[in-house]
Design a protein around this ligand. Structure first.
Ligand code: SAM
Length: 241
């Protein structure tokens, strides 16, 4: 716990700032579907990933309705978003993802699933939460298989850190759930310690949370094939912070 409390409260860069090139089908998906799925007209800095200070999103305008909001941080290729959007037609879903390549795949997948209740933000969720999301606007949050950043000098780049946990707690509604999963034991220990120190969330059992829908993504399949166990967490934001 001592190590965790030394971690920074400032934003982290939890991803590498280079993305493999989009293939032709990802590019085609981007052209055909970005007007429908990607949140446009956002004010970003040069890397097209960090947002600058600006008005928060108007969610009712963005989705054309008022509904509970599920946010996924690090949506990858959108496997989870497609399943959740189909299972929750009465929810709005918003995914943050830094890499354009996987966003192309996500848009194709959402189109194939025929879902209209998802929007995607191309960029860093940490600054996105800061500037684009209002306090108490997120009903449920999901973060599956965040990049592990194993080396001691990289631990500070982990997405789940005291600063982001405090920020995310403020964006969640009181009682809102945050579901996480990791295939790395050291990251699982880290997550448990960060939430323990924060005191902003309570542990929830899978039964209480009504878990069970998360599809097996490419990352999870790879982890299992390599013999790693998956650790899942569900935390509930306390009523008062
Ligand atoms: C290991 S992948 C897991 C993807 C997906 N959740 C899954 O389970 O298949 C982690 C993803 O998080 C994204 N990511 C990392 N840091 C991020 C950040 N600060 N904001 C948005 N996305 C981020 C990465 O680009 C990558 O696609």
């Amino acid at each position: 716990l001592g190590e965790v409390s030394k971690l920074p409260m400032r934003p982290v860069t939890s991803y590498v700032r280079r993305s493999p090139r989009m293939n032709d089908s990802q590019k085609a998906a981007w052209q055909r579907l970005s007007a429908q799925y990607l949140v446009g007209e956002l004010d970003r800095q040069a890397m097209a990933s960090l947002f600058v200070s600006q008005a928060p999103l108007d969610l009712v305008e963005l989705f054309g309705r008022d509904a509970p909001l599920l946010v996924e941080v690090g949506a990858g290729s959108g496997e989870n978003l497609a399943v959740e959007a189909t299972a929750r037609p009465d929810w709005n879903l918003l995914g943050f993802e830094v890499y354009d390549k996987v966003l192309g795949s996500t848009m194709s997948r959402l189109d194939r699933a025929g879902v209209a209740n998802v929007r995607l933000i191309h960029g860093d969720a940490v600054t996105g939460f800061d500037y684009l999301m209002q306090p108490q606007s997120i009903s449920e949050l999901q973060t599956y298989f965040p990049d592990p950043w194993h080396k001691a000098r990289h631990v500070k780049r982990r997405l789940v850190n005291p600063g982001f946990v405090t920020l995310a707690a403020s964006r969640l509604v009181p009682g809102g759930l945050w579901r996480l999963a990791t295939d790395w034991d050291d990251y699982a220990e880290h997550i448990a310690a960060v939430f323990d120190v924060s005191q902003l969330f309570e542990d929830v059992t899978a039964e209480q949370a009504g878990s069970g829908r998360r599809p097996v993504t490419k990352f999870e399949a790879r982890a299992k094939a390599a013999g790693r166990d998956i650790t899942e967490f569900v935390f509930r934001r306390k009523e008062t912070l």
